[in-house]
Design a protein around this ligand. Structure first.
Ligand code: C5P
Length: 226
């Protein structure tokens, strides 16, 4: 790789969507997969920006970390990092972004009062990966950009993974069945299948998230040489 190393921009972890100053909607993503990708890319000599939601993991050596809270903030910082890249850039979206956020965030803590129920109106959050993909299609970036997404599904992930690959305009997608033992949130291992844009697929055995991250980085760099 040497001086021509690609840059990586990786999103990781959950996002938090506040409804008042002390309450939020979120999910149990630990950020492990994204931190492992960042670590593996840095080990290969690549420059790495890790845009991380609220997680309690240490920053891997040689990685620039940008901490964010909400999906909108994550989108802004991820687009900034990709916009700053020149040459080759790989955007890896591992974050478990909240699909919805409260329509408004109250300025003061919401009071229960005497009410027996409460309605929370939600609005859609941006799809960060799709928005980076659309910007790429419009020629908004200087870098030659490769896009890698994740599809965490329950049950056979192939159909959904292929739909997301196409709809989000990705170069490849890492799919896994999060209901299978040893896969998904908060476990150190994963078993994945890569679905490539050219229709090919790579089935991997169960392995640590770090080993899977190394395979993702290698595949992305291989794609980049095409
Ligand atoms: O559509 P779904 O959420 O399953 O897509 C998963 C892929 O899209 C992941 O790579 C995830 O990081 C990315 N994504 C995103 N912004 C969203 C939702 C998903 O970047 N709002």
């Amino acid at each position: 790789m040497g001086g021509n190393a690609a840059e990586f921009v990786v999103t990781a972890g959950p996002t938090r969507e506040y409804l008042d100053p002390v309450r939020f909607l979120s999910n149990p993503s630990t950020g492990r997969m994204g931190f492992a990708v960042a670590q593996a890319a840095a080990k290969r000599g690549c420059r790495v920006t890790l845009v991380a939601g609220p997680v309690s993991l240490p920053t891997p050596a040689g990685v620039k970390r940008v901490d964010v809270t909400s999906a909108r903030e994550m989108e802004k910082r991820a687009v900034e990092a990709v916009s700053a890249a020149k040459g080759k850039c790989v955007f890896v979206a591992t974050a478990a972004v909240a699909d919805w956020r409260p329509a408004r965030c109250a300025a003061a803590k919401l009071k229960k009062g005497a009410s027996r129920s409460m309605t929370l109106r939600l609005v859609r959050n941006p799809d960060i990966l799709r928005s980076v993909s659309r910007k790429r299609a419009r020629g908004a970036f200087r870098a030659r950009l490769r896009l890698v997404g994740f599809a965490a599904e329950t049950g056979d992930p192939s159909k959904e993974a292929m739909r997301k690959l196409r709809e989000k305009g990705l170069d490849f997608i890492v799919a896994n069945d999060v209901s299978a033992p040893g896969c998904g949130f908060a476990v150190p291992t994963n078993r994945a299948v890569f679905f490539m844009r050219d229709g090919s697929r790579v089935e991997l055995p169960m392995m640590s998230k770090l080993e899977l991250a190394r395979r993702i980085v290698s595949k992305a760099l291989e794609e980049d040489r095409r």
